[in-house]
Design a protein around this ligand. Structure first.
Ligand SMILES: Cc1ncc(COP(=O)(O)O)c(C=O)c1O
Length: 405
């Protein structure tokens, strides 16, 4: 068997199951889960209808490149969303089966492990905390993940200036996540300027995971995207690709529809890899995706629901925890250290006493540079409907107050 598989870490939800093993939640409370970051709002009727209307597509193999109408719809969306004058739908856009598989497959395409000795494998730079796929993708590509801790004092920005030159020299791929999971932080134009300068100097590819880009709280200020930053800095897309997805934007995580856009030469090799990888998006879902990317009404409605939820729940929790409205995405990243409990103790006791599930931050980060930057935090995914989120928040408030009495 592939020995690299042994390097993979258990997924955060496996760690959570282990943490909760043997705990019987107190009777009288229905379960409320803020654990898994899976969108729960209903899928819009126009997308469901488009799926049904496209069922004859089951009779054909989908093209890895995606259909021309889908690439055109994505290109139009990207141009409109990021203010680009043009993007070539034929060479700079590629539909994928959700951003997760693409984040993974991209590392298999980009990493050249022959360039290094076994003692010094290529490096994939990851934010810390981070989405665990980055680490697994790096390890299975024969690379080594190098974690750059995010700093709560600088809105969770990563300190790239602390990365030594010998690490940059081995870096072939850098993942960023903006809006970030779990912190919700959005990279600023200055952050991008720094990253582009580093990529231009050291030659690594930037993979910008932007799957939460359409969940934000101020209609006038959508999160800055990587391609948009490149435009604003007059840079072009060299060694830059962004990944996006309909899962959160349109409440269709089961459709597995996303795209990668940016540097045409990276996408050319990615397409070749994908021809063998065999993860082409079903024709049925390609057609429904065209409808989804062409409609913004359902996306605005979706945002309005999240806004209402966050405006209600955040102040409730801010009374008892160090937490504030994030830049974007659907998580609250709450500092629980003021309660006197560790993040794992907090999660376990909250589950036992109130049947509410939150994810300990330390499960979403690695110990690096003397610390685990997720420690002391919990991730609260506000994905359920408002009434359930409010009830969960009410229980968390009661729980925190009970700790003080
Ligand atoms: C940061 C991040 N990236 C990517 C994904 C994958 O999303 P999808 O494959 O549905 O596009 C997720 C899913 O939760 C995520 O949290």
């Amino acid at each position: 068997m592939n020995p690299l598989l042994k390097k993979l870490q258990p997924y955060p939800f496996e760690k959570l199951r282990a943490l909760f093993k043997g705990i019987e939640p107190r009777a009288g409370f229905t379960p409320i889960s803020f654990g898994i970051g899976e969108p729960k709002h209903p899928t819009p009727a126009l997308i469901r209808d488009a799926v049904i209307d496209s069922l004859d597509g089951l009779a054909s193999y989908p093209a890895t490149l995606g259909s021309e109408p889908l690439r055109a719809a994505i290109a139009a969306w990207v141009m409109q969303r990021y203010g680009l004058e043009s993007i070539d739908a034929a060479t700079q856009v590629l539909p994928v089966s959700g951003s997760r598989e693409a984040l993974f497959a991209l590392a298999q395409t980009v990493i050249d492990s022959r360039t290094a000795s076994a003692a010094e494998p290529p490096i994939v730079l990851c934010p810390n905390p981070f989405y665990q796929i980055y680490e697994g993708a790096a390890l299975l590509a024969g690379a080594e993940p190098y974690f750059v801790n995010s700093d709560p004092a600088r809105n969770f920005a990563c300190d790239y200036s602390a990365v030594p030159d010998h690490i940059w020299a081995r870096t072939q791929l850098l993942y960023v996540c903006s809006p970030g999971n779990p912190t919700g932080a959005v990279l600023t134009l200055d952050n991008w300027r720094e990253l582009f300068a580093l990529s231009d100097k050291h030659g690594f590819v930037i993979a910008s995971d932007e799957c939460y880009s359409e969940i934000y709280f101020d209609e006038g200020h959508p999160p800055l995207g990587g391609l948009e930053a490149a435009r604003l800095l007059d840079r072009g897309f060299d060694r830059l690709v962004m990944l996006s997805s309909l899962s959160k934007r349109s409440n269709v995580p089961g459709m597995r529809s996303g795209f990668v856009a940016g540097d045409a030469s990276v996408l050319k090799d990615f397409l070749l890899y994908r021809t063998y990888h065999g993860a082409a998006l079903s024709t049925v879902f390609q057609r429904a995706s065209v409808v989804a990317w062409q409609d913004e009404t359902h996306v605005r409605d979706n945002r309005a629901k999240y806004l209402k939820k966050f405006q209600t729940v955040t102040p409730m929790l801010a009374d008892v925890l160090d937490v504030r409205l994030p830049d974007a995405a659907f998580y609250l990243w709450a500092n629980v250290s003021g309660t006197g409990l560790t993040d794992t103790e907090f999660a376990a006791r909250l589950y036992a006493d109130y049947n509410v599930t939150v994810l300990p931050g330390s499960f979403l980060a690695r110990f690096a540079h003397g610390t685990n930057p997720g420690e002391g935090f919990v991730r609260i995914a506000l994905v359920a409907e408002t009434a359930e989120c409010v009830e969960g928040a009410r229980r968390i408030v009661e729980f925190c107050r009970s700790l003080k009495s």
